[in-house]
Design a binder for this molecule. Sequence first.
Ligand code: ADP
Length: 374
Amino acid sequence: MPEKATILVIDDEIAMRDSCSQVLTKDGFRTETAEDGDSGLKKIRETKPDLVLVDLKMPGMSGMELLEKIADIDPNIVSVVITGYATIESAVEAMKRNAYDFLPKPFTPDQLRIVTKRGLERRRLALESAQLQLEKEKMKENFITLVSHQLRSPLASIQQYFEVILGGFAGNVDRKQKEMIEQASKYIDDLLRLVDDWLNMSRIEAGKLVEKFEPVDLVHVLSETMELLKPLANDKKVTLEINSHDSRPVVQGNAETLKQVFTNLISNGINYNREGGTVAVSTREEDDYLAVEVSDTGIGISQKNLPFIFDEFFRVKSQKTRAVTGSGLGLPIAKRIIEAHNGSIKLTSKLGKGSTFSILLPNAKGKDKSRWKK
Ligand code: ADP
């Protein structure tokens, strides 16, 4: 906001315009006046005021209509109603149309000063918060660019060089060198996964995801995910099971990100399991929602750690989890994705017995979405 705030007085009474303008000019504000709604709107476009004093009863366009139009031009312009016919109803009506304050006529210069000061403070805060929001978005964009270009790309290149060396295309590699490069390549893989988690976390914004929604066959997504995770399950000697009814539940959503959620839950179920254990996935269809459960017979999570499990970067530190590498971002990402689908995710777990993640997603056919409110 420039140092000298601009205040526009829109009133059909010349005496009111002059007296307000006199008081405010004396207080150091730049003041403008208009005698009706139309000329008021013209002045708003020309002078971009910080605050507008609006009379409710004027010939031509009513003050109520004018308030709406001011908010359409710029919702951060503070409108203050001045009226000789103040009633609770009209005040409520004016507030609904974005009026910030109400000053019944007649008022004293001091009352005008107080309301103006309060209104300008509100404008300052609104502009400041819009500016902060803008900076936050810019930082997020910068972060994504920085991480993807300056971190992800070189890591991916290093990984490619390793593949060339391990493939023997850069000359002979002896057993010791091969072992070392394989180990280095594994570290780079972990780093790439971490970088991808960061990127996912920043990119998943509810609004943006919804743009890509389409009907998704949930059982198909789950089967694909399980197929992909079979090698990991075999490796860890864990059995994967899927129990879905004959029906083909369809959700309105984004298949790619839903697959990401199930990949995370099922791979966690495998990684934090015991040899000979099971990860069972089941789906259940009801009127307006679909329930998916991912249950494992693994190490479980203690009551003490349960409240933090969806927090960013949270990882349980124990003898049993030490061998599993991870970022602690998989579950918060899953939660964001499910919530962007208007769904919910919950966890029940018993230390030493296993965990069950229960997801509810709105059925594409369902109408009553009230239970999805967070
Ligand atoms: P990551 O697996 O990369 O560490 P997640 O956000 O997916 O990150 O999980 C956070 C933590 O929650 C894990 O580090 C682990 O300690 C615990 N956890 C997640 N899933 C399970 C599970 N199925 N069984 C036991 N512990 C789990």
